[in-house]
Design a protein around this ligand. Structure first.
Ligand code: PLP
Length: 401
């Protein structure tokens, strides 16, 4: 009865009944290879026993009490996340957008504490930060913003991966208090910035007294081959947002902060009813423990190399393939033409993929893939792409002969 749902999504004509590891089964018993993990959420794959057990035990014990009371599971998870990231304090919420809203509110507190009346946050072209009003404003996609004006004040947009643009903004605007950026742009098309970009941002933030705020909602929790994507470089942010992979499907988000940024919130400043409840934090604890136990950051890096090498072997030099890129298990294959229809063709071939930024095939497979599953994935997706390129007109030929 889709008539009873708001028309927010263009859904594919399939629904799944059951999952296990990297596999999903639809209501007719067909099996699909999941190369998307519920959009980078189910990093441990579907129905991971450690997560299942944690949820079952916690559901039978205590689901929710509210943040009026102590929640030891929240404190333990926060401690582990801080130890792994070098951050100092955590605020738990329920989604990526909420984690970013928290970051944005921190930037404003930071600005006002320094006497800046209209604190302004530098954000990037093609960024994605979520759908709530301030996160939507920070998002660099006019289509997503269309119709929802007025947007929120206090943001200044510059090109991604462009340190000169940061310097120019610093010279021309006195109100900047923070930079909000994804270490690898996800929705924007798996865009990996040049080495040194994050460090360059760190230096400029230090020089100007700005907060460096990293949106690791998609990149965090081992996705890129490190616990957090910033750890590929030699820096630590002031603020970091997490969500997607943190709960393996149980909704949870987190905003982490360090130094002065960690001391800005006071009792009454900010809050949430559900955020960090015993069920969500217990599930996330099981995720963190499992990622740690099986050294999945390392495994994600290794699998990412293997898959990229596989694609290079199959697709490099193929007419129509522009780029094969990514970091860890955040993978993008850019074509020279729009390829949204590939998603449906992949579904028919029983593999779940995504296309973003019109012409970038995006793969976010679970971190628990076996080598054989990784090779199977490459084989299926490379075949789809070759077939698609063989059939569809190239950019110069569209509508032609
Ligand atoms: C998905 C995503 C968000 C939004 O997360 P929600 O849980 O959908 O609110 C924010 N930032 C990035 C980088 C994301 O990939």
């Amino acid at each position: 009865m889709q008539q009873a749902l708001m028309r927010t999504y263009g859904r594919l004509p399939v629904s799944f009944e059951r999952g296990e590891g990297a596999w999903l089964w639809d209501e007719h018993g067909n099996r699909y290879l999941d190369a998307l993990s519920g959009i980078a959420v189910c990093g441990l794959g579907h129905a991971h026993p450690a997560v299942t057990r944690a949820i079952q035990e916690q559901a039978a014990r205590l689901l929710h009490t509210s943040n009026l009371y102590g929640i030891p599971l929240q404190e333990r998870l926060a401690g582990d996340l801080c130890r792994l990231s070098g951050m100092e304090r955590v605020f738990f919420c329920n989604s990526g957008a909420e984690a970013n809203e928290t970051a944005i509110k921190l930037a404003r507190l930071w600005g006002h504490s320094r006497g800046v009346d209209v604190p302004t946050i530098l954000v990037m072209e093609n960024a994605f930060h979520g759908r709530t009003m301030a996160a939507l404003t920070a998002t660099g996609n006019r289509k997503a913003q269309q119709g929802f004006e007025p947007l929120v004040e206090g943001f200044l947009r510059i090109p991604f991966d462009d340190l000169d643009a940061v310097d120019l903004a610093a010279r021309e605007h006195g109100n900047i208090v923070a930079v909000l950026v994804e270490p690898v742009q996800g929705e924007g098309g798996i865009r990996v910035p040049a080495p040194g970009y994050l460090q360059g941002l760190r230096e400029r933030c230090d020089a100007n007294g700005w907060l460096l705020m990293l949106d690791e909602v998609q990149t965090g929790i081992a996705r890129t081959g490190a616990w957090f994507a910033f750890q590929h470089e030699n820096l630590v942010p002031d603020v970091m947002s997490l969500a997607k992979g943190l709960g393996n499907g149980v909704p949870i988000g987190a905003c982490l902060a360090r130094g002065a940024a960690a001391e800005l919130m006071q009792p009454g400043s900010h809050g949430t009813t559900f955020g960090g409840n015993p069920l969500a934090t217990r599930a996330a604890q099981a995720v963190v423990d499992t990622v740690d136990r099986y050294a999945l950051p390392h495994r994600a890096a290794e699998l990412g190399e293997r898959i990229r090498a596989g694609f290079r072997q199959r697709l490099e030099g193929v007419q129509g393939v522009r780029d094969i890129r990514g970091k860890g298990l955040m993978l993008g294959i850019e074509l020279d033409r729009p390829c949204g229809e590939l998603v449906k063709q992949a579904l028919a071939a029983r593999v779940l993929i995504n296309v973003t930024a019109e012409r970038v095939i995006r793969l976010l497979p679970p971190l628990i893939l076996s080598d054989a599953e990784a090779d199977d994935l490459v084989d299926r997706v490379a075949t789809l792409i070759s077939d698609f390129l063989g059939r569809s007109p190239g950019p110069g030929e569209a509508g032609g002969s």
